[in-house]
Design a protein around this ligand. Structure first.
Ligand SMILES: [Zn+2]
Length: 348
C-alpha cells in the first residue's frame, strides 16, 4: 500500500471512530459511572456539552486514566468544567491531583478546610491546578451554561454537606409524616463520610440523587421530618452499597426506579442493602459496576445483564445513562456487552 493511501485510510478511520460528542449533537443529558473499583467517579455531560465530575476515584493512574478516557474518548470533550469532591476519602478525592495533570479542570467544589474535619486530603490535593475553588454549601447551584428557553433546564443543586441541610422552603419540600417508623438509628460514623456533599441533578422532570458516602443517621435527616430530596428517578447507591448507609427511610422516601451501585469486586453490595433496595416498591432495576465476588454474592448480585464487570481482573467497563432531550425517558446501557433498557421518567 502506498504511503499516501495509508495516510488517507488513517485519516478516514479517524473520522469513522471519532465519537459523536454528546450534548448539542443530540440534545441528551448523559451520565457515566466510570469503574473506579469501588470508589466514586460519576461523569455528567449536559446537552450544552458541559462536563461535571462527581468524585475522582482512587490515587494512582488507573482511575484518573479511566475518567480521562471517558471524558475524551467516550464523551468527546477536552476538559472537565466542574469537579465536585463529596468528601475526603481516598476513593473520592484520591484521583483529583493526577486527573488535573491529564485534563484541564475548571471549578473544583468541596468542603474546603473546616473546623473539626476528621480526615485531611493533604497539601497536594489543596494545591492541585484548577481555574477556581469553591467551598460548597447547602442550596448551592452549580453555575451551568444558560439553558435554551425551548429545552428542559439542567439544574444541579447541593442539598446537604458537612451535616447541614438545605431549608425545606428552598426546595418546597413536603413533610414526610409517618416515615420515622422506617428509621432505626445505627452506630455513628465518625469519619468524613457523614460530611458528604449531597447533589440533586434535574433535567426537566428527570431527577438523579448522588449522596456520596453519606451515612445512615444523616440520611434520615435528608428525608425526615421534610423530604428534602423528593422522589427521584435514579439513585446512586450511597457508599458503594455498604450497610453503614442506605437507610430504608431514605430508600422508601426517594422511591427510585433505577439504582446504580458503584461497588467493587469485594467492596459494598452488602446483603442488607441489596435486600432493602429490592424491597422498594418502585424499583425496576438495580445496576452494579461489579459483580460481587465475595462468598455472600450468591444471594445479593443483580442479574448478570445489569452488571458491567464480572471478572476479578476487569476491563473497567462503564455504565451509561442517557436522558431523552425532553426528559421524558432515559436509557441505561452497558455498551461493552450490549445491554440497553429504557425507563419512563416518574414525573411524566
Ligand atoms: Zn467511598
Amino acid at each position: 500500500m502506498s504511503y499516501r493511501l495509508s495516510l488517507l485510510l488513517l485519516a478516514l478511520s479517524g473520522l469513522i471512530v471519532q465519537p459523536l460528542a454528546a450534548g448539542e449533537a443530540d440534545g441528551h443529558l448523559d451520565i457515566y459511572w466510570v469503574d473506579v473499583e469501588g470508589g466514586g467517579g460519576t461523569l455528567i455531560v449536559t446537552p450544552q456539552n458541559e462536563s461535571i465530575l462527581i468524585d475522582t476515584g482512587n490515587p494512582g493512574v488507573r482511575d484518573p486514566g479511566r475518567i480521562s478516557q471517558a471524558v475524551t474518548k467516550v464523551a468527546g470533550l477536552k476538559q472537565i468544567d466542574h469537579v465536585i469532591v463529596t468528601h475526603y476519602h481516598r476513593d473520592h478525592y484520591g484521583g483529583a491531583e493526577a486527573l488535573s495533570r491529564m485534563l484541564p479542570i475548571g471549578s473544583l467544589y468541596d468542603n474546603g478546610k473546616f473546623e473539626g474535619m476528621p480526615d485531611n486530603p493533604g497539601k497536594a490535593y489543596f494545591e492541585l491546578e484548577c481555574e477556581k475553588r469553591v467551598v460548597i454549601h447547602p442550596g448551592y447551584l452549580v453555575p451551568l451554561k444558560s439553558n435554551s428557553p425551548t429545552k428542559p433546564a439542567v439544574k444541579l443543586q447541593c442539598l446537604a454537606t458537612r451535616k447541614t441541610f438545605i431549608k425545606p422552603e428552598a426546595v418546597n419540600a413536603q413533610r414526610n409524616n409517618g416515615a420515622e417508623k422506617l428509621h432505626r438509628p445505627k452506630e455513628r460514623d465518625g469519619s468524613d463520610n457523614a460530611n458528604s456533599v449531597v447533589m440533586l441533578l434535574q433535567f426537566g422532570p428527570f431527577r438523579f440523587l448522588d449522596a456520596g458516602d453519606l451515612t445512615w443517621n444523616q440520611e434520615k435527616r435528608l428525608v425526615h421530618p421534610f423530604n428534602l430530596a423528593g422522589e427521584v428517578d435514579v439513585y446512586q447507591v450511597t457508599h458503594h452499597g455498604l450497610d453503614s448507609s442506605n437507610n430504608p427511610i431514605l430508600l422508601q422516601s426517594v422511591k427510585p426506579r433505577v439504582a446504580v451501585m458503584n461497588n467493587g469486586v469485594t467492596k459494598g453490595c452488602a446483603p442488607e442493602v441489596f435486600a432493602n433496595l429490592q424491597a422498594v416498591p418502585s424499583i425496576q432495576a438495580i445496576y452494579q459496576l461489579h459483580k460481587n465476588l465475595r462468598p455472600d454474592g450468591k444471594t445479593n448480585n443483580t442479574k448478570n445483564e445489569f452488571i458491567a464487570n464480572s471478572e476479578r481482573e476487569c476491563n473497567g467497563h462503564y455504565i451509561k445513562l442517557s436522558v431523552a432531550p425532553d426528559g421524558s425517558t432515559y436509557t441505561v446501557s452497558i455498551p461493552a456487552h450490549g445491554h440497553q433498557r429504557t425507563y419512563q421518567t416518574r414525573g411524566k
